[in-house]
Write a protein of this length. Structure first.
Length: 260
């Protein structure tokens, strides 16, 4: 109930008050999460980026607000880029859409719902806070979107391939199950087994991201791998690294700390 009340208040927050609210609550947040802020500062420094943790938190806050609004069917300025890349894949094969926690990432799977008539299986990791996990599951799911925990993947993968359904996964959400790759100087575990296994079984693999630019959210389709392609994991890691390098203040640098 608490999370529902907070979500209601935040989604009705006028845009012109967003910066004010952030400036008020950021110092309070740091009282409890100072170690997380220091962790982000160390990662930004090791990546040689001239960005402060505050900029990361501010983008998480603003993108998070718009994500909440979007998940509750409020109008948010957004557009697709490079849609022609995937037009021929929809309905022909099952598809794995893979991305990272960049921009208003909670909008990604909901966008997929409007691109196809097929079921979208959203693969997520559980949050330690059971109430928060329950709340997020409730607002992520729709009649066409099924929310599946990462440990349920073996059960849903076969059906998704057989029924030409969609799998949606965040490649940087691994919870002790990923393989480490260098992302801007740091070891980052990437959850690539699911998309690569699905591709070997006959699914197309689509890499795409979302980011905010001039108060508009852009969903960009970046790369398509045909079913049963020879895919180099390091190539995917490099693509993801380039995304972070382009939009470093909009990547969830704290995610590694949350998952430790």
């Amino acid at each position: 109930m608490l999370f529902k009340i907070l979500a209601f208040i935040l989604t009705h927050l006028p845009h012109f008050l967003e910066n004010v609210v952030f400036e008020l609550f950021y110092p309070i947040y740091l009282i409890e999460f100072r170690k997380e802020k220091n962790y982000i500062a160390e990662r930004l420094k090791s990546a040689n980026l001239q960005i402060k943790p505050k900029a990361v938190y501010k983008n998480l806050f603003i993108n998070g607000l718009d994500s909440l609004r979007f998940l509750q069917n409020k109008k948010i300025p957004m557009k697709f880029e490079n849609f022609d890349l995937i037009k021929g894949e929809i309905g022909k094969n099952s598809i794995v859409f893979a991305s990272i926690h960049l921009g208003a990432f909670e909008m990604l799977h909901r966008c997929l719902e409007h691109l196809t008539e097929n079921i979208v299986n959203l693969v997520v990791s559980e949050f330690r806070n059971a109430k928060l996990d329950e709340f997020l599951t409730s607002i992520r799911a729709t009649q066409k979107i099924r929310v599946a925990k990462d440990y349920q993947v073996p059960k849903i993968l076969k059906n998704a391939i057989r029924n030409k359904e969609i799998l949606a996964v965040m490649a940087d959400q691994s919870k002790g199950k990923g393989e480490n790759f260098k992302i801007l100087g740091d070891d980052v575990p990437l959850f690539l087994d699911l998309p690569l296994t699905a591709n070997r079984l006959g699914a197309s693999l689509v890499l795409f991201i979302t980011f905010r630019k001039n108060n508009e959210h852009i969903t960009r389709f970046e790369r398509v791998y045909e079913p049963k392609s020879e895919i180099d994991k390091n190539e995917i890691a490099k693509i993801l690294e380039n995304w972070v390098l382009k939009y470093p203040e909009q990547w969830a640098w704290n995610y590694g700390f949350i998952r430790r």
